[in-house]
Design a protein around this ligand. Structure first.
Ligand code: GLA
Length: 421
């Protein structure tokens, strides 16, 4: 009996910390303004591209009209620079009245009427990274209730102009405040990115309980080098990062930059494949009004999205780093499926990589079929010992969806293809 009290309180305290919003059981997908549109607030000379309600309405129209929504891209997310430079007299955050004349509630209604969700940005500190009003510790509950009243569905809480101590108090407190509003509001935390992304400064056990996703590394820029630095950091630290991702709580390597100015089509296919094998959130940050057909095709690849959204929600790992500058990533999927990404870090010419499934950690005595996620080509009859060759372009990937078609020594030779589209 004596022991019961502390155990009871322990259970209660972890219960009150837990993120019980039930959201984002699969990685979230949508569109986020930052990487492409930044803090362009000059609506006088650049009305088409400035951070304004018009921009978000137009992106919502495209998400709803051009086949994105049906594939899962449902979040329309506002990043920094949406606010007026000061809070109102009651201390409430308000949008810039010239750029958001209808207000955020009307924008949320507009987005919802198109079957989409609205996300917004705030910063746990004195100012946002762009210099707009921050959320100090004593303003957390008020801001949570404001965005809930507006009908906002997701909050990204950044960490500029803040301290380690403020973040340690503020992120759990905002999580609680969002839950207390009674509105389902997904919570994206930038906390780990401000603390070096790794334990012991970062407590991932706590993060899985208070955040639906978290940025843990630097900002992606529109460049291949920036993308590679993120991929390398994720691989170098996968023993820490891989186990903490799962349904409702995801590592966020930052936005997709496909459709912008830096990536070739080959590199774009690589970003999509790598983000998918990492079970990453898929937030595009590109101009959906002018996106090329080639980029659209990569972002709308159905089998790719199905793999990204796999219900088991297991993050993949880099399993091989060859001297030939080929890397292999593997993500386990539901129904005994797997995604394999062969990634070339070479810059010279297409590389012929020969391997077999046994060398890629496949141990089951089965016959597999592979579907090339980009070409659709099916490769049948792969035993774990069957050698095969994939040709990987410089900067590029070959991505396979693999599934067993037959278990050897099994009388019931059931053939199944769980991802029938
Ligand atoms: C930080 C974040 C970015 C973006 C900007 C906005 O740098 O990491 O994702 O939100 O702030 O100012």
């Amino acid at each position: 009996m004596r022991l019961a009290t502390p155990i009871f309180f322990l259970a209660l305290s972890s219960f009150s910390l837990a993120l019980e919003n039930g959201l984002m059981r699969i990685p979230p997908m949508g569109w986020l303004s930052w990487e492409r549109f930044r803090c362009n607030v000059d609506c006088k000379t650049d009305p088409h591209n400035c951070i304004s309600e018009k921009l978000f309405m137009e992106m919502a129209d495209h998400l709803a009209r051009d086949g994105w929504r049906e594939l899962g891209y449902v979040y329309v997310n506002i990043d920094d620079c949406w606010m007026a430079k000061e809070r109102d007299k009651t201390g409430q955050l308000i949008p810039d009245p010239e750029r958001f004349p209808g207000g955020i509630k009307a924008l949320a209604d507009y987005v919802h009427s198109r079957g989409l969700k609205l996300g917004i940005y705030a910063d746990l500190g004195t100012h946002t990274c762009g210099g707009y009003p921050g959320t100090t510790l004593d303003q957390i509950e008020q801001d949570a209730s404001t965005i809930a009243q507006w009908g906002v569905d997701m909050l990204k809480l950044d960490g500029c102009y803040s301290s380690k101590a403020v973040q340690a108090l503020g992120y759990p407190r905002m999580s609680k405040a969002l839950n207390a509003t009674g509105h389902p509001i997904a919570f994206s935390c930038s906390w780990p990115a401000y603390q070096g992304g790794l334990p012991p400064s970062v407590n991932y056990t706590l993060l899985t309980k208070i955040c639906n996703l978290w940025r843990n590394y630097g900002d992606i820029q529109d460049s291949w080098d920036s993308l590679l630095s993120i991929v390398d950091w994720y691989s170098a630290n996968q023993d820490v990062l891989q186990p903490v991702a799962g349904p409702g709580h995801w590592n966020d390597p930052d936005m997709l930059i496909i459709g912008n100015f830096a990536l070739s089509d080959e590199e774009s296919r690589s970003q999509m494949a790598l983000w998918t094998v990492l079970a990453a959130p898929l937030f595009m940050s590109t101009d959906l009004r002018t996106i090329s057909e080639a980029s659209r095709k990569i972002l709308q690849n159905k089998l790719m999205i199905k793999i990204n959204q796999d219900p088991l929600g297991i993050q993949g790992r880099r399993i091989l780093k060859e001297k030939s500058h080929i890397e292999v990533f593997l993500r386990p999927l539901s129904h005994s499926g797997s995604a394999v990404v062969f990634f070339s870090r070479r810059t010279d010419m297409p590389y012929r990589y020969t391997t077999c499934l046994a060398l890629l950690n496949f141990t089951q005595n089965a016959v597999y079929e592979a579907q090339d996620v980009y070409t659709g080509q099916i490769i049948s009859g792969l035993k774990t010992s069957t050698f095969f060759t994939v040709i990987i372009n410089p900067y590029g990937v070959v991505m396979w969806y693999l599934y067993p078609t037959m278990y050897i020594e099994q009388s019931d030779r059931t053939k199944f293809h769980p991802f029938a589209l």
